[in-house]
Design a protein around this ligand. Structure first.
Ligand code: 4AD
Ligand code: MG
Length: 483
């Protein structure tokens, strides 16, 4: 007989199984015992809720009950009965308990008490067994599923773009190198440089910072595509919003202009957030309470005005504020924050890049809703963005979210070969090496647009967590690549 004849706790909670026999498997969260009875709360990951096992010491061996400590893994068979106690509808009256794996209480680090997120990050291999991380990863899953559902339902095709590339799509020079060379002794050319021709790919390669360029190639035949994959950036920013390895969703659409792109991004974000609200009720309610507790420890002027649930509902129900970079600079320049020098970086001239404090001011203080900022100065944006007729700005869009700052970056693409080539030359992007990218503008070019959604920033927003390291199972940040 197969070992895994079990019912998931989620299923036991959804239907009434009173008087039926059932087997559950899971990890002990807590155990309370007196000489007549033991109550063991089991969690199997299927739900934030535990299932209560009731064990009669006359029926269940004393040794086994002793080993059923917090963290141990159990297989419990018995009958589902109506619970006498408050807190649960039904419980499992155990006729047999097997210890699948013990957890020495002297050594098991996760005891039933509140642990700090910093401590849990040090034991990321175990933290998935806590309520908070169980909830976060179930929500993360639901969001990923909703991404695929949204695009599939709209007739988009999922393209798997390469992880190893020879280009730096964003041109920021923050790539991780990929090589098979012996780093102590790489082959050198006659003039003493590293001879990448002798390397595995016969050229210099790196981990991708974005799937966009290949995504554009695919859109020039399939019309509507999206990528959803890992991206890597060696930016040394130790913030609560940056990872060195993060997941990005990048749709790319032929025949879309900048406004179509904005419409799609807004609709997409609202859809996936609604999906999580509908499908992760218990988890989001739990995370809402968690966030409330967290907020109550902050100073009054640093607390957010809305709770998590309220904030999610608000984003789904309200139109995003759209304005140009130029308009935003005016708002910022005339703001009290600028006049009273409350910004770390004061806004003086048109053309400066916005810092996260400025983005958050616009979203949280001024408009009090998500903002789509468009038409940035071309100097601060990537080479591929479509140049506007003013000669100064490009058809860029960033979407800014409360508590997060930038969550989406995108643009209409420059589809005109001459303008694109000229811009690449100005920005020292090697046009010969990018011949394949330029070919899309040589043959059958068309207006097209796309954007990138940082998946972890989305998960941060939906779970109300405060640090991006807590929404990916095994975060990669400067100095951290354990697990
Ligand atoms: O704005 P970015 O750099 O845009 C691109 O990569 C474009 N190629 C996207 C496109 O048009 N197809 O990155 C897109 C998003 C950001 O808005 C942010 O949410 C997220 O990716 N992001 C990061 N998330 C976590 N850690 C980092 N280091 C991130 N860098 C960017
Ligand atoms: Mg960006």
């Amino acid at each position: 007989m197969a070992f895994n004849k079990r019912v998931k706790i989620k299923a036991l909670l959804e239907k009434d199984y009173t008087d039926q026999d059932a087997t559950i498997m899971g990890w002990v969260r807590t155990k309370r015992s007196n000489k007549n009875v033991s109550f063991i709360a089991i969690n199997d990951g299927s739900s934030i809720k535990n299932f209560q096992v009731v064990a009669d010491p006359n029926l269940i061996n004393e040794e086994i009950l002793k080993k059923a400590t917090t963290g141990a893994c159990l297989k419990v068979s018995g009958k589902i009965v109506t619970s006498q106690g408050a807190g649960q509808q039904n419980e499992l009256n155990a006729s047999k308990i097997e210890i699948l794996g013990e957890a020495d209480p002297e050594k098991y680090p996760l005891q039933p008490k509140k642990h700090s997120l910093e401590f849990l990050r040090e034991i990321a291999h175990l933290r998935v067994r806590t309520n908070t991380f169980g909830a976060v990863f179930r929500v993360r899953h639901a969001l990923a599923f909703a991404v695929h559902k949204y695009f599939n339902d709209k007739g988009f095709f999922y393209i798997h773009t390469p992880i190893i590339t020879a280009s730096d799509a964003e041109g920021a020079g923050e790539t991780f190198k990929v090589t098979t060379f012996d780093l102590k002794n790489p082959p050198l050319t006659a003039d003493g440089k590293i001879d990448y021709k002798a390397d595995f790919f016969e050229r210099e390669t790196n981990l991708t910072v974005s799937g966009q360029l290949e995504g554009e190639l695919a859109a020039m035949g399939l019309a509507d595509i999206y990528t959803f994959g890992p991206t890597f950036r060696a930016e040394n920013s130790n913030t609560t919003r940056h990872l060195a390895e993060f997941w990005m969703i990048e749709p790319e659409m032929a025949f879309y202009d900048a406004e179509d792109n904005q419409d799609l991004a807004e609709d997409f974000l609202k859809y996936i957030i609604s999906y999580a609200l509908e499908n992760c009720k218990d988890d989001i309610e739990f995370l809402d309470k968690r966030a409330q507790e967290e907020e109550s420890t902050k100073k009054a002027n640093q607390r957010s005005e809305m709770g998590l649930l309220e904030r999610l509902q608000f984003v789904v129900e309200n139109e995003f504020q759209r304005l140009t970079y130029t308009e935003a600079i005016d708002v910022l320049k005339n703001s009290n924050y600028n006049k009273k020098k409350k910004f770390q970086y004061l806004i003086e001239d048109w053309g400066v890049d916005l810092q996260s404090e400025h983005e958050r001011y616009l979203v949280e203080k001024h408009f009090k809703k998500p903002v789509i900022l468009t038409d940035y100065p071309k100097e601060i944006k990537a080479f591929y963005m479509r140049q506007n007729d003013d000669g100064k700005t490009v058809a860029a869009m960033d979407i800014l979210f409360p508590g997060i700052g930038e969550i989406v970056g995108g643009s209409q693409r420059e589809e005109r070969l001459d303008l694109l080539t000229k811009r690449m030359e100005e920005m020292n992007i090697p046009t010969e090496e990018m011949w394949w990218y330029l070919d899309t503008r040589r043959f059958g070019s068309t207006p097209h647009a796309g954007f990138g959604l940082g998946f972890e920033r989305l998960v941060l927003f939906v779970t109300g967590m405060g640090n991006i390291r807590d929404v990916i199972a095994f975060p990669r940040t400067p100095g951290h690549a354990e697990f």
